[in-house]
Design a protein around this ligand. Structure first.
Ligand code: SF4
Length: 58
């Protein structure tokens, strides 16, 4: 399961740019949310590049 830690996310939007199928930025609160489960190279890319280390997967 992919998770975005809402307390860590700074709303930069990078994950949604790198991997729009899986992440979207909730514009009301400026936090990212997961919109799809599964695995994809872009999910790894988002995890590796998130500046706040807010994305995890178990
Ligand atoms: S890349 Fe990280 S900090 Fe930026 S919106 Fe996504 S989860 Fe939040």
């Amino acid at each position: 399961m992919i998770k975005v830690d809402q307390s860590k996310c700074i709303g930069c939007g990078l994950c949604a740019i790198l991997c729009p199928e899986y992440f979207q930025l909730n514009g009301d609160v400026f936090k990212a949310e997961v919109i799809k489960e599964g695995s994809s190279a872009c999910v790894d890319e988002a995890i590796d590049n998130c500046p706040a280390q807010a994305i995890s997967r178990d």
